[in-house]
Design a protein around this ligand. Structure first.
Ligand SMILES: Nc1ncnc2c1ncn2[C@@H]1O[C@H](COP(=O)(O)OP(=O)(O)OP(=O)(O)O)[C@@H](O)[C@H]1O
Ligand SMILES: [Mg+2]
Length: 315
């Protein structure tokens, strides 16, 4: 399975500075992957899943998430306590991709980073179904998130005035995010965790995931619904094939998914800024098209991530 990504890397590498190191152990990764795949189980499947929520939506039933936000709202957060791993970049690309690929979804973007770089860059793309939610009350004077206000917003159903059936709420979070202070993250439907393959980033990512999966300290103490978000690690800024392996090996004990990687490219230098042109954005979306397709597939097919893997499972 990883082999597929690597083949694509090769194609992209022709257009970028991506280079190959000595022949690697891809085939053994593929074997590892199928073993890991076989281990995927349904240990959390008794919990209500995102699929249940879509089914409830389709059948018009009130789901057991009524104490949370309504079943037609999906929350998608980009987070890692480490700075500079690509949270804002991925949030930017992902929400624009879905806006293009899912014209019947109502998309909201909430930037919890005081620097608001993603929000500023997205401003000119807003329309009646793609909104930036700018509420100063989302942040406390201390700089931390106002979880109560965020829940209140998620529980509001003002979007129903639009003709869209489904609301997707994207969150970009700042460096230093943790599951205690940002407790709403424990109740997110999807948590995308970008990381590079550098030791510093992987060390921080391990700590971050450890906080979520160590139930006593993280998740169970701070969640309203007591259901884990679907966690997908996104290897970013990759320059060699070996780096993908390194990410996999460093995080393999975590019961979550290893998502579609993104390679290093100078194109990303022009992601942000009010003056970014349509040409820059189109080029970026073209470059990340495979990631965009993968992302849309994950969000629109929740059954793909319904089972929680025992250890890192490439999807
Ligand atoms: N795949 C990539 N290739 C090249 N540069 C990238 C890539 N992904 C992100 N970058 C660049 O890395 C820098 C950090 O990215 P970004 O701002 O998205 O990280 P972040 O995790 O949001 O950082 P912070 O924690 O400071 O908010 C940016 O300059 C961005 O353009
Ligand atoms: Mg950022």
């Amino acid at each position: 399975m990883l082999g597929k990504f690597f083949r694509n890397f090769k194609k992209k590498s022709d257009q970028t500075d991506f280079y190959e190191e000595k022949p690697d152990i891809i085939s053994s990764v593929d074997e590892n992957q199928s073993t890991v795949g076989a281990e995927a189980d349904t240990k959390h499947s008794a919990s209500p899943s995102v699929t249940d929520r879509f089914e409830a939506l389709d059948s018009g039933e009130e789901s057991h998430f009524s104490r949370k936000w309504s079943s037609n709202t999906l929350t998608i957060a980009f987070a890692n306590s480490k700075g500079g791993v690509g949270k804002s970049t991925l949030a930017f690309i992902s929400c624009l991709n879905l806006a293009v690929k899912q014209p019947d979804s109502y998309i909201e973007f909430i930037d919890l980073d005081r620097q608001a770089t993603t929000q500023d860059s997205l401003k000119r793309f807003t329309n009646d179904r793609f909104c930036l939610i700018e509420d100063p009350e989302f942040l406390l004077a201390s700089g931390g998130p106002n979880n109560a206000r965020i829940y209140q917003h998620l529980c509001s159903d003002s979007f129903l005035k639009s003709s869209c059936k489904r609301r997707l709420v994207f969150f970009d979070t700042p460096a230093g995010t943790n599951f205690v202070e940002y407790s709403f993250l424990n109740d997110a439907d999807y948590l995308f965790v970008p990381t590079s393959s550098s030791d510093a980033d992987l060390f921080a990512t391990r700590k971050f995931l450890g906080q979520l999966f160590l139930k006593d300290e993280g998740f169970s103490g701070h969640s309203i619904t007591q259901k884990l978000p679907t966690v997908l690690v996104i290897p970013n800024l990759l320059e060699t094939r070996q780096e993908m392996m390194h990410v996999y090996q460093s995080l393999r004990e975590f019961p979550c998914y290893l998502g579609h990687p993104i390679i290093y490219s100078r194109l990303f230098k022009r992601t942000f800024g009010r003056e970014i042109s349509d040409y820059n954005v189109a080029e970026l979306l073209r470059f990340t098209n495979e990631f965009g397709d993968w992302f849309a597939d994950i969000i629109t097919n929740p059954e793909r991530t319904q089972s929680v893997p025992k250890s890192l499972f490439q999807i």
